[in-house]
Design a protein around this ligand. Structure first.
Ligand SMILES: C[S@@+](CC[C@H](N)C(=O)[O-])C[C@H]1O[C@@H](n2cnc3c(N)ncnc32)[C@H](O)[C@@H]1O
Length: 212
């Protein structure tokens, strides 16, 4: 399905980087900030849950949660390369029939998707300029909870993201990273009937779990 951001994401999240991420995942398991999402979702004590993973990359979250918490998963991603690698891994571990893969900008297809018990976005809001639309659509799909990671509002993260965007501009690459205001994301999710029940921090990343 064509989408607004797919071309930019396809150029950034390539088959090469997807294969490197998969190699890292097979060797070392989920990345540290992904572990925070997995722990948060597992803390809800759900069984047979429906999961919606937005911008799931190589699919780490559903590869893991389909082992205990989730019955089925939908993985929407703007990068066709990452979806291809995620599909291959799901097939290898025997989860393929339980995952629906959709190539799209999530905000373009949200209206057509069914609700899920849990919605996850791991390092996705920082790739997308319009966090309000993304989080509003994501929360509208969540029956019980939403867990997501985003860069922390610290001085060193601000400098790091500015440096990344500076080099992106120099290379004439339209992909940008965004440090969205955490208080505004929280206010928006509160308006959608979700309350933050836990927050955990790493050096760069913060993870928040919201529940209805
Ligand atoms: C930094 S990667 C993170 C991948 C994975 N969640 C992880 O943490 O390893 C961002 C992912 O989000 C996807 N993405 C960004 N904006 C999106 C959108 N609006 N709809 C769907 N996918 C999106 C990109 O294609 C990419 O796969």
């Amino acid at each position: 399905m064509p989408c607004n951001c797919c071309e930019i994401e396809n150029n950034t999240f390539t088959e090469e980087s997807a294969n490197a991420d998969l190699k890292h995942y097979r060797k070392r398991g989920p990345a540290n900030q992904t572990k925070l999402i997995l722990e948060a979702v597992r803390s809800l004590g759900l069984k047979d849950a429906a999961l919606l993973d937005i911008g799931g990359g190589i699919g780490t979250i559903h590869h893991e949660l389909l082992n205990d918490v989730a019955r089925e998963a939908t993985h929407v991603d703007a990068s066709s390369a990452y979806l291809k690698v995620a599909t291959g891994e799901a097939k290898r571990i025997g989860h393929e029939a339980r995952v629906k893969f959709i190539h799209a900008d999530f905000t373009d297809v949200a209206d057509e998707l069914p609700q899920a018990d849990v919605v996850t976005l791991d390092r996705v809001v920082c790739c997308y300029p319009n966090f309000r639309e993304l989080l509003k659509d994501a929360s509208s799909k969540s029956r019980k909870a939403i867990a997501f990671t985003y860069p922390r509002e610290t001085w060193y993260v601000r400098i790091g993201l500015k440096a990344i965007n500076f080099f992106q501009r120099l290379r004439n690459d339209p992909f940008r990273v965004f440090l969205h205001p955490v208080a505004e994301m929280e206010a928006l999710l509160n308006q959608q009937g979700l309350r933050r029940v836990s927050v955990r921090r790493l050096f760069v990343w913060e993870m928040s779990l919201y529940q209805r």
